[in-house]
Design a protein around this ligand. Structure first.
Ligand code: SF4
Ligand code: SF4
Length: 265
């Protein structure tokens, strides 16, 4: 079904208005959209001139909670790299500040690009046990609900472990935005298509790191290839106790956290 057929349909129907092993197995089984199985869709940009072969890689990201200082340089770099609108409510990656209080309370504040929480809870407050930052982004899930609900196949999984959006196909119906349990997608106000983190796919196929990883001053973000035993991500995975967000949903995220507090949702 193409974009025009889908819109016709909309008018007819709405007349009024051990994770690492799992990831490796998924890499072997990965079912990609027709475009992703061979060459990447034109809308996503051509693979690198060096003969990039997606079959040989399977990407994920690691995040070391104790290293994140909430500076938001990653958020700024992502916005600049990926033409994300500057307004604070549009983002492909964002930082949350968690405040754990003595009475087991959990306060979650979003950190804006200036590195300050929107309504900062003072750290000297005697009720506060601990505060920490949690960088979030699309989890490039192995079983992504966003892909399942897309009626035109615009959202798809690639062989190398990214979940992408083909902007030429996307009809802006927002189904994927509603289906994502991590709030990782938004509707781009200019293109009117779904937008989210791509792991900076256009950079990765050229052998570069995602922009957020490159600028992080503390190396809280780690990007790598799960198919390579020597990659930083594989080592990070093996050397840390790893958690993912909302594991009960069985989406099998590929953003792996070390040092994640049980209070983080
Ligand atoms: S985090 Fe959301 S947008 Fe990303 S792959 Fe998973 S369901 Fe899709
Ligand atoms: S750049 Fe690194 S340290 Fe700064 S907020 Fe992002 S992840 Fe945390």
């Amino acid at each position: 079904m193409n974009k025009r057929d889908f819109l016709k349909g909309m008018i007819l129907f709405f007349p009024a208005g051990g994770l690492l092993e799992m990831a490796a197995n998924a890499a072997a089984k990965e079912t990609a959209a027709p475009e992703a199985a061979g060459a990447q869709p034109a809308a996503m940009g051509a693979p690198g001139a060096g003969g990039y072969n997606g079959e040989k890689h399977y990407y994920g990201m690691g995040i070391e909670i104790d290293k994140c200082i909430g500076c938001s340089r990653c958020v700024e770099a992502c916005k600049a790299e990926n033409d994300v609108p500057q307004e604070p409510f549009y983002f492909r990656t964002w930082i949350e500040r968690y405040v754990i209080t003595k009475d087991h309370g959990v306060i979650v504040e979003s950190v804006n690009v200036k590195g300050k929480a929107a309504k900062e809870t003072p750290q000297e407050d005697r009720d506060v046990i601990r505060t920490f930052f949690v960088p979030k982004l699309c989890n490039h899930c192995i079983h992504p609900p966003c892909v399942q609900v897309c009626p035109v196949g615009a959202t798809f999984s690639t062989k190398d472990g990214a979940v992408l959006v083909d902007k030429e196909r996307c009809v802006g119906c927002r189904y994927c935005i509603q289906a994502c349990p991590y709030g990782a997608r938004y509707l781009h106000p200019k293109t009117r298509t779904a937008d989210k983190c791509t792991f900076c796919y256009h950079r990765v196929v050229k052998g570069l790191l995602p922009a957020c990883v490159e600028v992080c001053p503390t190396q809280a973000r780690i990007f790598g290839d799960l198919k390579s035993k020597a990659s930083r991500l594989t080592r990070f995975y093996r050397m840390n106790k790893i958690h993912v967000l909302k594991p009960a949903l069985n989406t099998e995220p590929k953003v792996y956290y070390a040092g994640l507090d049980g209070e983080v949702r």
